[in-house]
Design a protein around this ligand. Sequence first.
Ligand code: MG
Length: 250
Amino acid sequence: MPIVLKSPAEIERMAEAGALLTEVMDEIAAAVRPGVSTLELDRVAREGILERQAKPAFLGLYGFPATICASRNEVVVHGIPSAEPLRSGDVISIDIGLFYKGYAADMARTFAVGEVSAEAQRLISVTEESFWKGFEAARPGARLGDVSAAVQRHAEEAGFWVVREFVGHGIGREMHEDPQVPNFGRPGVGPKLRAGMTLAIEPMITLFAAPVVVLDDGWTASSGRGNLAAHYENTVAITESGPRLLTGRR
Ligand code: MG
């Protein structure tokens, strides 16, 4: 499919959707603590979205059964919320999307639950930093590979592994549009970036190299025992003056 360019007015709509999603993520962040279950976080998310006259985007998407993906420890993405309480030392990645006035927003964060290891904290920080490297590269006239390579370089220089099996994506009226946005690649290759493109840039980083395997539930994507994973995602618009953040904040 061709890449759908958005008008400045459409980007403003997407920024409204993104601002609401950021508020919901703040509410989730405030609820994360040892003892809370990811089902409870899912309830916070669903109520937060509905209160804002928005619509959960993941619930029912390809058959997904919840409002958030809640991916614990070695789970990279697509974890299904459960009644099991989080424990101090866990890392929990929350991915959430909504639709508002016909436009999608998509965002993920990894939270430390209670006290986590220094290595886990560093993984979370490097994953966020990798996003910002990709964000800065998302300028009109650059290539998509510049974004991918910037993410990859930062994660690998820190000694971590970039997940290959899942990638970011275009976003707009649909949650998933072209192009795919890998977190690995070569500078100077791929589609030329143009003002009006809107992308979900979402580094998924693990401690070490290992294949990511989908478990028997058909969703949970695991990098394997002991291989902690972190995820950091924002919806980003490419404008004439450079990248614009549509979810989250600096
Ligand atoms: Mg996404």
